[in-house]
Design a protein. Sequence first.
Length: 269
Amino acid sequence: MKNEISAIFEKAAADISAAEQKLIIDVVTQIDKGQLRVCEKVDGKWITNEWVKKAILLYFRIQKNVPMECGPLNYLVKVPVKKWTGEEGVRVVPPAVARFGSFIEKGAILMPSYVNIGAYVGSGTMVDTWATVGSCAQVGANVHLSGGVGIGGVLEPAQAQPVIIEDDCFIGSRCIVVEGVHLEQGVVLGAGVTITASTKIIDVTDSSGPKIMKGHVPANSVVIPGVENKNFAAGSFGVPCALISGTRQESTNKKTSLNQALRDFQVSI
């Protein structure tokens, strides 16, 4: 399928045959069922399956806007929403929406929230009220996305890595994680932390001096919002950053570890 999808991707929408359209829909259906993933961990490294993202982009290319009725409301959509039967083992609280082509693993909970096409949400994860999981974002198991969290999506370019949030992470209220940022297992983000690809993530736990990184947060880090002074032509101003203020203890129970970290580092959630 990889070679076929890559070949079809070079065609204009009008030149895609009925058989090729069926293949595109089959691929997106496999993503919807969790049989294919946009991004997966192989031998300890996260690999983005560019051809799977191309299939999603092709799906948009071949789909037409069709009316969708929802009580007194109506929409025009290219991508339908998931139809829940109860056999999925997922709790879905109205008006939570997950689009076709996203995968929600058994045991997950969707409060009134939104999950876009290509996204993956692991077992035991709660997507809390008004949280959004963008297209192709990968969210592991036993993660809590608190109220109003924004997890960014990415479809183009096809080779771009999506946001990755590994197992057992806790993301505090109104946090924003975008532009392919990678949170390793067990990370805790305090309320209001914003991390983009260019955001400085500063480890302030070492007495020898701060360590600066971008694009990823190490496992079990506890992160709070910070401000770094920066000089501009007009003067010195505070620029948002993220501060690693401590770590969760791997040796203790995950829930106990989280509660202790929140107390020890006075993290707002």
